[in-house]
Design a protein around this ligand. Structure first.
Ligand code: TYD
Length: 209
């Protein structure tokens, strides 16, 4: 049986990930592929339980190391029980966020080193990586406008952090994309959903059967 593929979609808040993931799934299905859409933190029963611990409560509920380990634990369950078996069975798995979110949010932005995040990933998930990672890139001002229109003032424990934090996140994503050009592609998230979807498809075209 042909192996499927694992695609992760990353980006800051309000970059349009949900819309783009839905469009990508439609387009992959139109190619005759079986698609499984999932998300992080979450995607399995255990990881969804950890999600509640991570996204609820005050900003000081967890310190940086505990937060990073909880994300890694959720990811470990997700890879073992859902992502790896599906990809091995020929399915294209598209995840709303994956490891690079931990590198950007817990690593660069909370001051843990990238090496620590990668160590946790090696311990938790055997270093399992996506075949391709798309980072939806949007200037902070534009992403603030989109999240305000969508969520009002309701935000989660991590999304609610200040602008300086979100600027570090964006910067970290840029760094990851330039350091790993074979796996990671930065995509301009401005424009209509169809324009952005075309850009994403161009960045995964070489993986299609
Ligand atoms: P979610 O409601 O899925 O928000 P979004 O629409 O922005 O993806 O919440 C996920 C939040 O968790 C988001 O603020 C990013 C954060 N996050 C991390 O900090 N580290 C991680 O490894 C992951 C997967 C998510």
């Amino acid at each position: 049986m042909t192996r499927g593929r694992f695609i992760s979609i990353e980006g800051g808040e309000g970059a349009g990930k949900s819309t783009q993931i839905a469009l990508l799934a439609e387009r992959l299905k139109a190619h005759g592929l079986s698609v499984d859409l999932t998300r992080e933190p979450g995607g399995t029963e255990g990881a969804e339980a950890i999600r509640q611990l991570l996204l609820r409560g005050g900003d000081d509920r967890w310190g940086p190391a505990a937060e990073a380990m909880l994300f890694a634990a959720a990811r470990s369950d997700h890879v073992e029980k859902r992502i790896r078996p599906a990809v091995d069975a020929g399915i294209w798995v598209v995840s709303d966020r994956f490891l690079d979110s931990s590198r950007a949010y817990q690593g660069a932005s909370l001051g843990l080193s990238d090496a620590v995040i990668m160590d946790l990933h090696r311990i938790g998930s055997g270093g399992y990586l996506p075949d391709r990672t798309i980072i939806l890139d949007l200037p902070l001002e534009a992403s603030r406008q989109r999240t305000q229109a969508r969520d009002g003032d309701a935000t989660d424990r991590i999304g609610g952090r200040n602008d300086a934090f979100h600027l570090r996140v964006r910067d970290a994503f840029h760094h990851i994309a330039s350091a790993e050009p074979a796996r990671v592609r930065l995509v301009d998230a401005r424009g209509t959903p169809e324009e952005v979807s075309d850009r994403i498809l161009a960045e995964i075209a070489d993986l299609l059967p």
